[in-house]
Design a protein around this ligand. Structure first.
Ligand SMILES: NC(=O)c1ccc[n+]([C@@H]2O[C@H](COP(=O)([O-])OP(=O)(O)OC[C@H]3O[C@@H](n4cnc5c(N)ncnc54)[C@H](OP(=O)(O)O)[C@@H]3O)[C@@H](O)[C@H]2O)c1
Length: 266
């Protein structure tokens, strides 16, 4: 399996490491094109992939072409690759917000998988939502599924609109979680817990609660109620969250991310 990466940044590196580690393709059959030579040098040294500064050369002869560039760089890349791809090549895009219709028109190409992974993919614990055009063969879908499942959990959807929505939840979600941990650490320091201890307490509490949520079979609301005894300490904290409009704030944040995702695709 020959794979060509267009863009050799953070997410490309995650995917290269997973492809090599899971033996989905050998490193020598992977090429990566990036305008940043330092990135190329790093990928070549660390994984032994072929690196270049030529998107057409990276795509040429690849069975799978992976678009791993920022949304703002997509137009120049599509202009470069337009009409250059063979009809049986699979294009797998991880570019946030960019619709299949944009990729199809810009590349003049039909076989496209659009996916939205997230950063925990780095440790094989990611969440990816993806879809494919009707032209993608069952074998190509299987290959895409094996790559995305090696990155964590994957969910295939027929409705592409769900990918824009998922971008606002699972795509951006790791940042919401980190922000909440930052807020907890700051609050803990405010009441006098030393920083290192506050970080330990906050991280283990979040991670442990996440595992409990995953393994207990109970809903978040059930588990929350189990910690919240009437008139106890947790009840005091939850009352403050409610007073501050926590649900409304989270809803506004997720909606803003969704609107931005739709705007990126427009
Ligand atoms: N990081 C995440 O959490 C995450 C999660 C899900 C999806 N995504 C999506 O994945 C995509 C890649 O994200 P990333 O974090 O890997 O970005 P990144 O680290 O910035 O990598 C993109 C790379 O592409 C290079 N590049 C820019 N223009 C190019 C061109 N014309 N030809 C070839 N290479 C070019 C960039 O070089 P310069 O740095 O010199 O511009 C950079 O090295 C984005 O569309 C993002 O929305 C990211």
């Amino acid at each position: 399996m020959k794979i060509g990466f267009i863009g050799g940044g953070a997410m490309a590196e995650v995917m290269i490491s997973i492809i090599v580690r899971n033996k989905l393709a050998p490193a020598k059959s992977i090429s990566s094109s990036d305008i940043n030579w330092a990135r190329g040098a790093h990928l070549e040294r660390k994984y032994g992939v072929e690196v270049m500064n030529d998107n057409r050369a990276a795509a040429n002869g690849a069975e799978v072409v992976i678009l791993a560039i920022k949304p703002q760089n997509l137009n120049e890349i599509m202009a470069d690759l337009s009409g250059q791809l063979k009809p049986d090549q699979l294009v797998l895009s991880i570019v946030a917000g960019k619709r299949i219709s944009t990729l199809r028109d810009g590349l003049k190409h039909g076989r496209i998988v659009r996916s939205m992974p997230n950063t925990p993919a780095q440790i094989g614990d990611g969440m990816t939502v993806w879809t494919a055009t009707p032209e993608v063969t069952p074998q190509q879908k299987e290959w895409a599924k094996s790559l995305l499942s090696a990155m964590g959990v994957e969910i295939y959807v027929d409705d592409e609109g769900l990918i824009d929505m998922s971008t606002a939840l699972s795509g951006s979600g790791p940042a919401y979680f980190f922000l909440f941990v930052e807020a907890l650490v700051a609050a803990a320091q405010h009441i006098g817990i030393p920083q290192a201890m506050a970080e330990n307490l906050a991280i283990q509490t979040m991670v442990g609660s996440g595992h409990l949520l995953q393994k207990s079979g109970k809903t978040p609301a059930e588990l929350r109620k189990m910690v919240t005894s009437p008139r106890g300490t947790t009840a005091e904290a939850i009352a403050q969250f409610e007073k501050g409009g926590f649900f409304d704030l989270v809803s506004k944040a997720v909606t803003a991310a969704y609107e931005k995702s739709k705007k990126l695709g427009a």
